[in-house]
Design a binder for this molecule. Structure first.
Ligand code: IPD
Ligand code: CA
Length: 252
């Protein structure tokens, strides 16, 4: 039996040791390749991913990682990982970025961890057993229709929503934004650019759902995704049916 929490945290801490000295430094942003989804791979992404691969190698599990893509060694377990979500923030000295680690047995989620480097907060999700922040249960907050706060990334679609909520944020690290939804800091996290990948959201979706969130695609159907580094997705994650209804009313 794998101790996923210990494995995930020890990898996160190792990534932290290696990359944090590069925080806010342009050298971390040097482009060194192209990821399977077509994004530029930066030096800091590569350093983080190399650590992950070295650490997971001895476990003999399948890996789906943002910069390298899928490595299938025929294991029952697949780790879907983005060792640095929020690379732009990291490189430019904006302290919102994190480590995203989700484990699947076959296609079923088994465990998820998000580690926020700057606060050292550890978010976890265990299917059927809840979501946790530093070991304490967390829940989405109750919707107050007069004070809705969402993270909302669009290229123009659904703009009517802006007038119907009080606060809009786009924080640049969707994994962490899903953690903020899970702990009740935001009412919703929406990215409807057809752009986020399973590696960005796999852990965050499990944690948010375990905290009580509803997570759908842009039509309101339960969000499903492949264990892949290249699939492009729309996501609507909200704390209530009421907010989901409001969001869907504004989607053309
Ligand atoms: C990015 C972040 C960001 C999202 C981008 C992603 P990365 O991940 O999740 O919130 O808007 O689409 O690419 O590239 O920094 O790991
Ligand atoms: Ca990344």
């Amino acid at each position: 039996m794998y101790e996923w929490n210990e494995i995930a945290l020890s990898i996160a801490k190792e990534v932290e040791r290696e990359i944090v000295p590069l925080f806010g430094k342009p050298e971390g942003g040097k482009v060194i390749g192209i990821s399977p989804s077509g994004d530029k791979t930066k030096l800091v992404d590569k350093i983080a991913e190399d650590i992950v691969f070295n650490s997971l190698k001895s476990l003999g599990v399948n890996i789906v990682s943002e910069e390298t893509g899928s490595i299938d060694v025929g294991s029952d377990y697949t780790v879907v990982i983005d060792p640095l979500d929020g690379s732009f923030n990291f490189i430019h000295g904006i302290p919102i970025f994190g480590f995203s680690f989700a484990v699947f047995k076959g296609s079923k989620a088994e465990y998820a961890m998000l580690y926020e480097f700057m606060t050292e907060n550890v978010y976890e999700g265990i299917p059927g057993k809840g979501a946790y922040l530093n070991g304490k249960p967390i829940y989405v907050r109750e919707l107050n229709e007069r004070a809705i706060a969402i993270s909302f990334y669009t290229r123009g679609r659904g703009m009517g929503l802006i007038k119907r909520v009080k606060r809009i944020r786009v924080l640049g690290a969707i994994a962490m934004e899903l953690a903020y939804l899970a702990k009740g800091a935001l009412d919703g996290v929406l990215d409807i650019r057809n752009y986020v990948r399973p590696t960005d959201i796999a852990a965050g979706v499990l944690i948010a759902r375990e905290a009580g969130a509803i997570v759908t695609d842009d039509t309101g159907r339960e969000l499903k995704f492949d264990l892949s580094a290249s699939e492009k997705l729309n996501i609507i994650a909200v704390n209530s049916e009421k907010l989901l209804k409001l969001v869907l009313e504004t989607m053309e």
